[in-house]
Design a protein around this ligand. Structure first.
Ligand code: GLP
Length: 236
């Protein structure tokens, strides 16, 4: 695992965007696995700038997002589909038909998960997966559990996740209690993984994920088993 300590969030965002940009340049028809949360926002802004400057072309890129809240459709401002459209897809020349986010309003979320994994397989897997990390060690919405779950699946969100994400909603009660998330198989089969984490409150959990035992109670610790992971961390 490669660990990069950036001095500032701006530096973290630049390095992460450069890594994603090099993937797109090396393989213009790559499959990018994308993440939400506040940590990747600067990365997305930098990618949009590179596109505007004429340095990047996303027209042949396909994207698959990690997760979505259950019960929110893509027009809901806090849905992850809306987040991606607003912060990245509307700012670059990706074909919106080739951007995938799990469907949080599917009537059967288990089936939706299995279909999502089939879709990822049919695309040939993920070339580069961008991840954030939750304060409880979650990646995507794979919450601490007694097992690592392989499939894309519905999850009940932890209280700490609901509290952390409440800042985006009018009240804590508005945060959905369930979500659908890509499982560990699709994440771990990604050819490269890039994890971005910003803020002092991520330091302890990152330390446990990188150097502690591989334990489903710290979901990100599974990344120790992957051969090409880059972690970029900035405290400020
Ligand atoms: C949400 C997302 C995760 C993300 C996490 C951390 O819970 N489902 O994929 O990694 O937030 O976000 P932030 O970077 O805002 O701390």
């Amino acid at each position: 695992m490669k660990f990069i300590k950036a001095d500032t969030y701006e530096e973290l965002s630049k390095i992460a965007a450069n890594i994603i940009a090099s993937q797109v340049i090396m393989k213009p028809d790559c499959v990018l696995g994308l993440a939400t949360g506040s940590s990747p926002l600067g990365t997305y802004a930098n990618l949009a700038k590179m596109y505007e400057a004429g340095d990047l072309d996303f027209s042949n890129v396909t994207t698959v997002n990690l997760d979505e809240y259950a019960g929110l459709d893509g027009t809901h401002e806090q849905s992850y589909r809306y987040f991606m459209n607003r912060n990245l897809f509307s700012k670059i020349n990706v074909d919106i038909e080739k951007t995938y986010v799990p469907n949080g309003i599917a009537s059967d979320l288990v089936k939706e998960g299995l279909n999502y994994d089939e879709l990822i397989q049919s695309l040939g897997g993920i070339d580069l997966q961008l991840l954030g990390i939750g304060v409880d060690g979650h990646i995507g919405f794979n919450e601490p559990d007694s097992v690592f779950v392989a499939e894309t699946h519905p999850v009940k969100l932890d209280e700490s996740t609901i509290e952390a994400n409440a800042r985006f909603f009018a009240t804590k009660e508005d945060v959905p209690s369930q979500a659908i998330t890509m499982g560990m198989r699709s994440i771990m089969q990604a050819r490269k993984i890039l994890l971005v984490a910003n803020g002092k409150n991520k330091k302890a959990i990152l330390e446990r994920a990188i150097n502690g035992p591989i334990d489903p109670m710290v979901p990100a610790s599974i990344l120790q088993l992957h051969s090409d992971v880059t972690v970029i961390f900035s405290e400020i």
